[in-house]
Design a protein around this ligand. Structure first.
Ligand SMILES: Nc1ncnc2c1ncn2[C@@H]1O[C@H](COP(=O)(O)OP(=O)(O)O)[C@@H](O)[C@H]1O
Ligand SMILES: [Mg+2]
Length: 227
């Protein structure tokens, strides 16, 4: 016999307010480890030998912007749209037991109100969505009437390799001229030259078997075992 529910579940009255307050209260320096965690999880779905995460830069209007790229099953337009929502996991278990479970979008958006550009290549087709803050509201940017765009032709013109699936996020920061690779938090807090190595070492004591993680300077990340 199924027991009668003995409570009525709580819901959210003002979703926009809850989303913005969650995003703005998240410790922003969790950003890189959350993004890299997503990238590592996704790269695990690539074929052995091709499980790769690269942290580099994209040059946007002459300014370097931090870019995290990974192999692994890409996202369709519908999945790319869905993954932007808070607490929306696709193809991985949803749980409250993750170590730093605030999530990449929540951790990254306060520092990237000008945009988190997500692109994903799935079976040779590339889609793009841009998460941003406008007029106090967080959402997907609407460009040419759409919030998810097919950018396959553009990606080909850029010389991108579409023969295997990949996903990337480019972080635009909070200011047009902000180099988000050197200064991911726009000076608050200040980022030392080795900020990336430090942030990753504090989070990843080991990488899953077969995952290669390449840093900004082209070196491979070697986790440091805790003392
Ligand atoms: N780098 C990535 N590569 C491929 N898929 C990704 C990547 N980042 C997120 N996703 C997809 O988006 C979904 C949402 O990500 P999730 O980790 O649940 O939230 P958050 O982005 O808040 O950390 C994931 O279930 C996964 O399918
Ligand atoms: Mg995540």
């Amino acid at each position: 016999m199924v027991a009668e529910p003995s409570l009525s579940e709580l819901r959210v009255a003002d979703e926009g307010f809850l989303v913005a307050s969650m995003i703005e209260r998240c410790p922003k320096t969790m950003m890189v480890r959350e993004l890299v965690r997503n990238a590592i999880e996704a790269a695990g779905s690539a074929a052995p030998g091709g499980r790769r995460v690269e942290i580099g830069t994209a040059l946007i209007d002459g300014i370097a912007k931090l870019r995290i790229w990974n192999t692994g099953t890409g996202l369709t337009a519908a999945e790319l749209h869905r993954m932007c929502d808070i607490a929306s996991s696709i193809g991985k278990p949803h749980g409250l037991d993750g170590n730093f479970g605030m999530g990449a979008k929540v951790a990254s958006l306060p520092s990237n109100q000008r945009g988190m550009h997500y692109r994903s290549c799935r079976q040779g087709v590339v889609h793009e969505v841009v998460l941003a803050k406008q007029g106090g509201v967080y959402g997907r940017l609407i460009r040419n009437g759409r919030d998810v765009a097919d950018v396959t032709a553009l990606a080909l013109r850029e010389g991108r390799d579409l023969r295997c699936d990949w996903t990337e996020v480019v972080l635009m920061g909070n200011h047009e001229i902000q180099d988000t690779a050197a200064d991911p938090y726009c000076g608050d807090p200040h980022s030392p030259a080795d900020w990336l190595q430090r942030a990753l070492s504090a989070r990843f004591f080991r990488l899953p078997e077969g995952i290669e993680l390449i840093l900004l300077d082209g070196s491979a990340f070697v986790p440091v075992a805790p003392a």
